[in-house]
Ligand binder design. Structure first.
Ligand SMILES: C[S@@+](CC[C@H](N)C(=O)[O-])C[C@H]1O[C@@H](n2cnc3c(N)ncnc32)[C@H](O)[C@@H]1O
Ligand code: SF4
Ligand code: SF4
Length: 434
């Protein structure tokens, strides 16, 4: 008998239980040690099964005579749950169906808008992905013009507005802008450097669902290597305000690069212990190929307040693939130009302008949208046979574009990191028989 299987399978041994994960269709099963040995036998024999050999193997290894029926039943079960396939054709069909299913996950309606009402900034962070855009002499829309735009987005189905920039608090009308779309069905997030928040704290705290405050260290020298020391102590006193008033509304986000990698875990710990504030680590994204050396060597970072779900299952991991750029997510610059995401605001990737009467049709029909929404990790040559591809997703497409010049490139400099992260995700995954 010959059976077929994904030869990039992963075997996981967790808490003395065995799991087999099949990357081509993201199926996984929990098995006992004997079943694991039987599967190993099948894999080691390249799917060529001799029932007699299996019986002899069980007699010699376990002193156990397993009858043909039992062996056949087990193999049929593996075929039924699609870990094994009766023919290569069945396996290829399953693979294609699964790619189609994953692509469908990416389809969806517009839900999230990154609003860059301003690209002015009072900082000049060394790593900023917007640094070629900030503090240029852009004409900005007035408050009433932005309100019209925000309402237009809301009418089209946007339920999450992320105010970013530049520094969004530089505009003194942020409260008005937020209030123009705020209701129980909208989620408002503000990405801020925190330096101007102290004065507007009480105006904004109750109307914003989440503030993501960027800060890289409590050590002003380390922080200033990455960011700026402008109003540094105001940022620290704002943390105190959050911790006293509502610490659930703040998430501190640190960008990890060579300057702060040795401090960032200590920083998270201190934030949590002294202020009760949660933090997250975002790995530094090089703005071009020459910045790759600024990325530290991968290592697991401990975060006592990590917001990452501790127990995730494979299906929730798969959502990582559906980044949503240009489909469920867009970014708007101060002139109303529409881009696939906040990290891809370049001239060549401009999709439309919100002032155009047909902006939504232009968005959904644009070649960039079609490319991004149809792109799957299985289309990336160097990823398509990787065991971790559906957990890793091939990495952020903005990184591929910035570093290698194409939305579809393999992110080689980050591949080891992504693979280690995928392994880490498997370790943290709550696996149940499925
Ligand atoms: C561009 S800023 C805009 C909002 C605000 N000015 C701030 O600093 O939070 C948005 C987020 O992107 C992060 N960021 C900027 N450049 C980055 C890069 N090259 N890699 C990773 N994150 C970056 C910032 O630290 C910040 O958390
Ligand atoms: S504060 Fe934000 S927008 Fe300003 S330079 Fe730094 S990362 Fe960029
Ligand atoms: S980036 Fe690397 S780890 Fe991720 S899917 Fe591609 S080859 Fe695999």
């Amino acid at each position: 008998m010959k059976v077929y299987y994904d030869d990039k399978y992963i075997e996981i041994n967790k808490n003395n239980k065995y799991f087999i994960y099949s990357p081509l269709n993201d199926k996984y099963i929990e098995i006992n040690e004997k079943s694991k040995n039987l599967i190993d036998y099948i894999y080691n024999s390249n799917g060529n099964i001799s029932i007699n050999e299996i019986r002899n193997y069980f007699i010699s290894k376990y002193n156990l005579d397993v009858c043909n029926d039992e062996i056949n039943k087990f193999i049929n079960k593996l075929i039924e749950v699609k870990i094994l396939f009766a023919s290569n054709n069945d396996m290829q069909i399953e693979k294609l169906n699964h790619i189609g299913y994953l692509k469908k996950l990416k389809q969806g309606n517009l839900k999230v808008a990154y609003i860059h009402a301003t690209l002015r900034c009072n900082f000049n962070c060394s790593y900023c992905y917007n640094r070629t855009l900030i503090n240029k002499d852009y004409k900005e829309f007035s408050t009433s013009e932005w309100i019209k735009i925000l309402k237009k987005l809301k009418k089209q189905g946007v339920v999450k507005f992320i105010f970013t920039g530049g520094e969004p608090l530089i505009r003194k009308d942020l409260k008005e802008l937020i209030l123009s779309v705020k209701d129980k069905n909208t989620y408002i997030e503000v990405l801020t450097n925190g330096s101007l928040l102290k004065d507007q704290f009480y105006d904004l705290i109750d109307i914003v669902d989440k503030f993501t405050v960027s800060l890289d260290s409590f050590d002003i020298n380390i922080n200033s290597k990455n960011r700026s020391d402008v109003n540094y102590y105001d940022i620290i006193s704002t943390l105190k305000l959050f911790s006293e008033y509502n610490k659930d509304k703040i998430l501190v986000r640190s960008v990890v690069n060579k300057n702060n990698i040795d401090d960032v875990e200590h920083f998270s710990k201190q934030l949590y212990e002294e202020y009760g504030i949660e933090s997250t680590h975002g790995w530094f994204i090089p703005n071009n190929y020459s910045e790759i050396p600024l990325v530290p060597k991968y290592r697991k970072l401990e975060n006592p307040s990590s917001i990452r779900p501790k127990n995730v299952n494979f299906i929730s991991i798969l959502n990582k693939l559906a980044c949503g750029a240009a489909t469920s997510i867009i970014a708007l610059d101060p002139a109303g130009n529409i881009y696939p995401c906040q990290n891809l605001m370049t001239k060549e990737l401009k999709i439309s302008n919100i002032l155009n009467e047909n902006w939504y049709e232009e968005l959904i029909n644009s070649d960039i949208t079609k490319l991004l929404s149809n792109l799957s990790v299985d289309d990336i040559e160097k990823c398509k046979d990787c065991s971790y591809r559906h957990i890793c997703g091939g990495g952020c497409r903005a990184i591929a574009y910035k570093v290698y010049g194409s939305l579809t490139d393999h992110i080689s400099y980050f591949c080891d990191f992504l693979q280690a992260d995928a392994k880490d995700a498997i370790e943290k995954t709550k696996i149940s028989c499925g």
